[in-house]
Ligand binder design. Sequence first.
Ligand SMILES: Cc1cc2nc3c(=O)[nH]c(=O)nc-3n(C[C@H](O)[C@H](O)[C@H](O)COP(=O)(O)OP(=O)(O)OC[C@H]3O[C@@H](n4cnc5c(N)ncnc54)[C@H](O)[C@@H]3O)c2cc1C
Length: 395
Amino acid sequence: MADKAGIIICGGGIIGLTIAKELLDKGHKNIVILEKEKKLGEHASGRNSGILHAGIYYSPDSLKARFCLEGNFLMKDYCRKNNIPILESGKVIVAKNEEEIPALEELYNRALKNGAKVEIIDEKKIKTVEPYAKTCRQALFSHYTAVVDPSKVLEALERDLISSGKVMIMKGIEFRELIKDSRLRTNKGSIEFDLFINAAGCYSDKVAHEFGVGYNYKIIPFKGTYKKLKKEKSYLVRGNIYPVPDIRNPFLGVHFTRSIEGTVYIGPTAITALGRENYGILSGIDREVFNIICRNITLLLTDPLFRKTAHSEIKKYIPRFFFEDANSLIESLQLNDIEYCSKVGIRAQLVDWGNKNLVMDFVVLKKGNSLHILNAISPGFTSSMAFAKFIANNL
Ligand SMILES: Cc1cc2nc3c(=O)[nH]c(=O)nc-3n(C[C@H](O)[C@H](O)[C@H](O)COP(=O)(O)OP(=O)(O)OC[C@H]3O[C@@H](n4cnc5c(N)ncnc54)[C@H](O)[C@@H]3O)c2cc1C
């Protein structure tokens, strides 16, 4: 256990690792990453869909819009240099019915404003991209969307950081509390720092509160479960097939994604979890469960959009409703073509408790010698390398 660090980064997910890499490139040394798990990628960064998004959904004035596309290019570049496979499959967003066409056009306009390469294609053209996709009259095709294996990216970053000799990744070390302005306590002793960066994912609100900042923000964990297509049916999807989402909420709806190794995943759902690491039915549930339930009840009572989302998402636990969602995107799908999948992730969704709204954008807070990254939700993986440059340039 080091006694002093120049910069401490709390959290060895994609956000913590890319910030460390950027700081290293800028000449910083004596960087310590505290990671409470014994290996990297145990949470969102190792459990996501691996999609490199391409700047479609986000409001043009948001940090997500600012960093998503640049992050997509930087990540692809990094993968090429490190021989990490990329599936440059693009993606189609399909409309279920005539009522979804205006939203599809709105997405097209947003995407253009964000610099994305997109086109509206007709039912004939979509068959050349995704022969089994269903759409009403037209669809949106995104050229730059791609898929990678997130764990390969984490492994390469870990190797780069350690081999520099200037970054120490301390696994199994958990940040517990701030003792005084520049000293913190972990489960294995205390450590002094000049600068502290909070990239603690699902716990980033709690860490920020410890530094006396962001009291109005609380994380509500949302569980994303997946299913998969039976191997013999994986020919139904070549790349990525998405529905038109409700762009007022941060979830994109159940979609199909072909992974690098050829499995076609369906999901993720966005169902309230009972703990920040509640991956199984009961695992990861702790004393906070009562607070989480109370927060959910409050949002159900106060936010009509939350109520609507919760209602439609909870139904996805029932196989028939999950199938209906999936079946609206592709042809020739049968209920028994979909099989169980153990893949599950948890989104660290921030709620602004002042107005009781789900926060849509990344949030960066600064206090004294500490900087806090909250709400690094999707497209956080895609955006990470561009976002990290922004953080390093603005320290
Ligand atoms: C189901 C799902 C699908 C997604 N799909 C995509 C996608 O396709 N494309 C995309 O761009 N994004 C996607 N995302 C979003 C993306 O995964 C996240 O934006 C990104 O992984 C966030 O990275 P992070 O480093 O902030 O969080 P994490 O990966 O959760 O890392 C935070 C780390 O901090 C550690 N930590 C927490 N508290 C402490 C403490 N007190 N002391 C020490 N360490 C601590 C944790 O152990 C963890 O390793 C998805 C997310 C989910 C959940």
